[in-house]
Design a protein around this ligand. Structure first.
Ligand code: ATP
Ligand code: MG
Length: 777
C-alpha cells in the first residue's frame, strides 16, 4: 500500500488517509479528485473494510468502470468486483429490485427510457384532448422530471397552491392531471422512469425505516464523485445513508457545475460543511493533467464568473503550447481545419488518433465534422446521438423481451401488439387502452379477460388478441427454463420478426437485418461472458436490467479502438485527452442562445467552457466559424464572448481573419455546389468487421461493475473455449476482451479449473477455464 500512497502528493495523501469523519475535497479540474477517491477506496479495503460495504457513486457508467479497473490493479479483481460502484441510477435500481414489494412495484419492474416516457405522455395528452402546441411534449416531460427530482410526487403537486398557480400562469393548468395519469399508468405497467429510480428510493427510505436502517449499516462508507452535479433527490439519498455514521467523502468542483438544467444544485457542495459540522475540507491545488498555458488560460476564463469559490490552481508541467484560436469562414471549413490540424499534430509528434478529442456544444454539430474526418481518412468514434438500442428494429425486439419479463409493461405492449402486423389495428388497441384506464389495470390484464372488461370487439379480433396473448404466455413459460440468448432466438423467429425483416431487400432493410443479427450476437456474448464468471443461467431479466441503464457515454462501439473521440462537452466531464479541439465558439451557440439574457445561465455556459478546456493535457485548440448552417439557412456568426475572457498571454490568436490567407482558404475550402447539408449525400459506411457490439460492451461493463461475484459454477462438461492444456503459472495469455496478461495461479481441475490472470490493463481476474477465451502466446 505504501508504494501506492507514494503516488500521491501530500495533500492528496492526507485526504486519502483521513477517515475519522466526513470529508470534502473541493478542487479545480485535473487536480486529482477522482484519483483521491480511487486511492481512498483501495486504502479503506487495505484497512480492513469489506469491499461490499463500500458505496461509490459516479456520474457515468464509464467513470465507474475506469475507477474499478484502477482499483482492481491495486487490490486485485476479486476485491474490486465486490464494491458497490456505479451511477446513482444503476446502484439504486438494483436496491429497488430487492425492495420493490415495499413500495408497490414488482421486482421485475421495467425501466422506461426517455422515448418510452415521451410516448406515454403523448398518448395521455391525446387522450385528454389537449392542444399539443400548448402542452408541448418536451416541456411537459421536463416539468414532470423537475418535480420528481425535487421529490414532489403527483399528490404533493396537486396540493401545492404555488405549483398550481404557476401552471395557471403558464397556461398549462392541467399539467398536474397529466402528471397524475402518467404516474398511475407507470405504476399499472410496473414501470419506473429514470427519475423514479431516485424518487422511489427516497420514498422507500422515507417510509420504511427498517429498510433504511439495513442499508445504513450495510454501507459503511459512502463516496461520491462530481458532487457539484448532484440534484436534490440524489443529495437526500446520500444524506439519509450517512447522517448517522457520517462516514462520507465527497469530491467536486463548483467551477464545473454544468447540469443545473437537469436540477443539479451547486448548493449541495457549498452547504456540505454546514450539513456535516466538523467535516474536514481538503483543497488540492496542483493540476497534474495539463500544461501551464492550458491551466492558466482556463483559470483566467473562470475568474470572470462572479459566483465561485476562489481556487489557486497551478501546473508544474512544462509551459507547453499556447491555447490556439482558429477562425474559419464556415462550419464546413472548420471541419477541414480540425481534420488538417489533427494530421499535422500527428506528423509532428507521433500522436495516436485516440489522443484527440473534438468537443462540441450540441450534437447537431457533429455531422459536418464527421464528414471532414471521413474524407481525410481519420478514424473516429462518436458518443451520444441515437444509441444502438434506440433504433426502431432493436427497440421492437427489446420490447418483446421486456414484455416477457414484465407483461404489464404498457409501452412494450403497444410496440409489439401489432408488430409484425397481425391485423390488430389502432382502434382495437385504443379500446384495450380505454378499458385498462377506466378500470385502473394494465393492458395485459384486459387482454387476459376481454369479456370481464367488456371489450367491444368482434370474434375475429378476439381470436387475434387471444393468439397474441397465447404466444406471449408461451414465451413467458419458456423463459423460466431457457437462457437469454435462447429466448431471444425463439422470440425473433416465432413472433414473425425474422420473416418480416428478411423480406425487405432495400438498403435500409438489410441494415436492419444486420442490426438484428448484431443484437443476437451481443446477447450471446453477454451470456458467454457471464458464464465465464460462473453464472449458470443468464436470464433475460439480467440482460435487460443491464441495457436499460446505458447512457450516452455507453453507446460507443469501440472504446479501446485507436480513434478520435467526438462528444459534447457535457459528456466529456471527468475525462482527459492529450489534444482537445473545442469547436463552434460562437455567440448563440456557445454560449447557447437559450442563455443569452440570463447572467446565471451565461455563468453556467462559462463553466461548461472551463470543463472543455481543462480536458486537454498538451494542446488545446478553440475554433469558430464566421458563418454556420443552422435552422435551414446559412447565418453569419460572431466569435464567442468567452474567447475574450481568456488572458491573451496564454493564447495564440490568428492574424486578422479578414486577411488574404482567409480568402485563399475560402477558395480551397469552398462549399461544393450543394450548399444545404440536407442535400448533401450522406455516406453510409458499413460497420467495420472489428465492430464490438454494444451488448458486448455492456457485458464487459457488467463484469467490471457487478456488485457480487457469482459463486455457482456450472457443472457442465462443455469443451474448453480453446486448447489450454499447456497452461501453467507464468504463461503469457491473451483474452478476447481483456488483452494480454500473465497467469499467476491455477486451481481446481476438469470442468472446475480456474486460472487467475493478471491483465496488463484490467488487473487480476479469475476465469473459469472451460469458458474463458484465452490463448497462450
Ligand atoms: P476533473 O475535475 O476533471 O474530474 P480530477 O480532479 O478528478 O479532474 P483526476 O482525473 O483525478 O483529476 O487527475 C487528473 C490527472 O492527473 C489524471 O491523469 C491523474 O492520474 C493525474 N494525477 C493526479 N494526481 C497525481 C499525482 N499525485 N501524481 C501523478 N499524476 C497524478
Ligand atoms: Mg474527476
Amino acid at each position: 500500500m505504501e508504494e501506492y500512497l507514494n503516488k500521491l502528493n501530500e495533500s492528496q495523501r492526507e485526504a486519502v488517509e483521513y477517515n475519522e469523519g466526513p470529508s470534502l475535497v473541493i478542487a479545480g479540474a485535473g487536480s486529482g479528485k477522482t484519483r483521491v477517491l480511487t486511492y481512498k477506496i483501495a486504502y479503506l479495503v487495505h484497512l480492513g473494510l469489506a469491499p461490499q460495504s463500500i458505496l461509490a457513486l459516479t456520474f457515468t457508467n464509464k467513470a465507474a468502470r475506469e475507477m474499478k479497473e484502477r482499483i482492481a490493479a491495486i487490490t486485485g479483481d476479486q476485491t474490486a468486483r465486490r464494491l458497490w460502484m456505479g451511477t446513482f441510477h444503476s446502484i439504486f435500481s438494483r436496491i429497488l429490485r430487492y425492495e420493490a414489494e415495499h413500495i408497490g412495484y414488482p421486482s421485475n419492474f421495467t425501466i422506461y427510457d426517455t422515448t418510452d416516457s415521451k410516448s406515454l405522455l403523448k398518448a395521455i395528452i391525446k387522450e385528454m384532448q389537449l392542444d399539443d402546441k400548448v402542452y408541448r411534449l418536451g416541456m411537459v416531460q421536463s416539468r414532470i422530471s423537475n418535480a420528481k427530482n425535487a421529490l414532489v410526487t403527483w399528490k404533493a403537486y396537486e396540493q401545492s397552491k404555488e405549483l398550481m398557480q404557476h401552471d395557471i400562469d403558464s397556461k398549462v393548468p392541467l399539467l398536474r392531471e397529466i402528471y397524475k395519469r402518467y404516474q398511475n399508468r407507470c405504476q399499472q405497467a410496473g414501470a419506473m422512469d429514470f427519475d423514479d429510480l431516485l424518487l422511489q428510493t427516497n420514498i422507500l427510505f422515507r417510509d420504511h425505516p427498517q429498510v433504511l436502517e439495513k442499508y445504513r449499516s450495510f454501507f459503511q462508507f459512502v463516496l461520491v464523485d462530481e458532487y457539484q452535479d448532484t440534484n436534490f433527490a440524489q443529495h437526500l439519498i446520500v444524506q439519509r445513508l450517512c447522517e448517522q455514521h457520517r462516514r462520507i467523502c465527497v469530491v467536486g468542483d463548483d467551477a464545473q457545475s454544468i447540469y443545473s438544467f437537469r436540477g443539479a444544485n451547486i448548493d449541495n457542495i457549498l452547504q456540505f460543511k454546514n450539513q456535516y459540522p466538523g467535516c474536514r475540507i481538503f483543497k488540492l491545488e496542483r493540476n497534474y493533467r495539463s500544461t501551464q498555458n492550458i491551466v492558466n488560460a482556463a483559470n483566467s476564463l473562470i475568474h470572470k464568473n462572479k459566483e465561485q469559490i476562489h481556487k489557486n490552481v497551478y501546473s508544474e508541467k512544462e509551459e507547453g503550447s499556447k491555447v490556439r484560436i482558429s477562425a474559419s469562414y464556415s462550419d464546413y471549413e472548420e471541419g477541414y481545419a480540425v481534420a488538417s490540424a489533427i494530421n499535422e499534430l500527428r506528423l509532428r509528434k507521433d500522436y495516436d488518433y485516440a489522443d484527440f478529442a473534438i468537443l462540441y456544444r450540441t450534437n447537431a454539430q457533429s455531422r459536418i465534422l464527421e464528414e471532414a474526418l471521413r474524407k481525410r481518412g481519420i478514424p473516429y468514434k462518436i458518443y451520444g446521438g441515437l444509441s444502438f438500442y434506440q433504433r426502431k428494429e432493436i427497440k421492437d425486439i427489446i420490447s418483446y423481451l421486456r414484455l416477457i419479463v414484465n407483461p404489464h409493461d404498457e409501452e412494450a405492449f403497444k410496440r409489439v401488439i401489432n408488430y409484425p402486423s397481425r391485423g390488430i389495428g389502432d382502434t382495437t388497441v385504443n379500446k384495450v387502452i380505454s378499458a385498462a384506464t377506466e378500470n385502473n389495470v394494465s393492458l395485459w390484464t384486459v387482454l387476459n379477460a376481454p369479456i370481464d372488461y367488456a371489450l367491444p370487439i368482434n370474434s375475429g379480433t378476439a381470436k387475434k388478441l387471444t393468439d397474441f396473448r397465447e404466444m406471449i404466455e408461451r414465451f413467458i413459460e419458456q423463459n423460466t427454463r431457457l437462457s437469454a440468448e435462447e429466448m431471444a432466438a425463439i422470440v425473433v423467429k416465432e413472433s414473425g420478426i425474422v420473416s418480416s425483416l428478411f423480406q425487405d431487400r432495400s438498403v435500409e432493410g438489410i441494415s436492419k437485418q444486420e442490426n438484428l443479427q448484431e443484437l443476437l450476437k451481443g446477447i450471446a456474448e453477454f451470456c458467454e461472458l457471464r458464464r465465464e464468471e460462473g453464472v449458470e443461467q443468464v436470464s433475460l431479466a439480467d440482460f435487460l436490467s443491464e441495457v436499460s441503464l446505458l447512457t450516452d457515454q455507453d453507446n460507443d462501439k469501440d472504446e479501446q479502438a485507436n480513434k478520435v473521440t467526438m462528444m459534447t462537452v457535457h459528456a466529456a466531464k471527468g475525462l482527459e485527452f492529450k489534444n482537445v479541439f473545442v469547436v463552434g465558439l460562437e455567440e448563440e451557440l456557445f454560449p447557447s442562445s437559450m442563455s443569452k439574457d440570463n447572467p446565471r445561465a451565461v455563468e453556467e455556459e462559462r463553466r461548461l467552457f472551463y470543463v472543455a478546456i481543462t480536458r486537454a493535457e498538451e494542446n488545446c485548440v478553440l475554433t469558430y466559424a464566421k458563418s454556420r448552417f443552422r435552422n435551414g439557412q446559412s447565418a453569419m456568426c460572431s466569435p464567442s464572448r468567452f474567447l475574450k475572457d481568456i488572458d491573451v498571454r496564454f493564447l495564440d490568436v490568428p492574424a486578422d481573419s479578414s486577411a488574404d490567407t482567409f480568402a485563399a482558404a475560402r477558395e480551397r475550402f469552398q462549399r461544393p455546389a450543394f450548399t444545404s447539408p440536407f442535400q448533401q449525400p450522406r455516406v453510409v459506411e458499413k460497420e467495420e468487421p472489428s465492430f464490438i457490439s454494444p451488448v458486448a460492451q455492456a457485458l464487459q461493463r457488467q463484469r467490471l461493475t457487478k456488485v457480487e461475484t457469482a459463486t455457482s459454477i456450472p457443472a457442465s462438461s462443455s469443451a474448453p473455449a480453446s486448447d489450454l492444456s499447456g497452461l501453467r503459472v507464468g504463461a503469457k495469455v491473451r483474452h478476447d476482451r481483456f488483452g494480454e496478461g500473465e497467469v499467476i495461479a491455477i486451481e481446481g481441475d476438469g470442468g472446475n479449473a480456474k486460472a487467475t490472470v493478471a491483465f496488463t490493463h484490467f488487473g487480476q481476474k479469475q476465469l473459469l477455464l472451460k469458458f474463458a477465451r484465452l490463448t497462450i502466446i
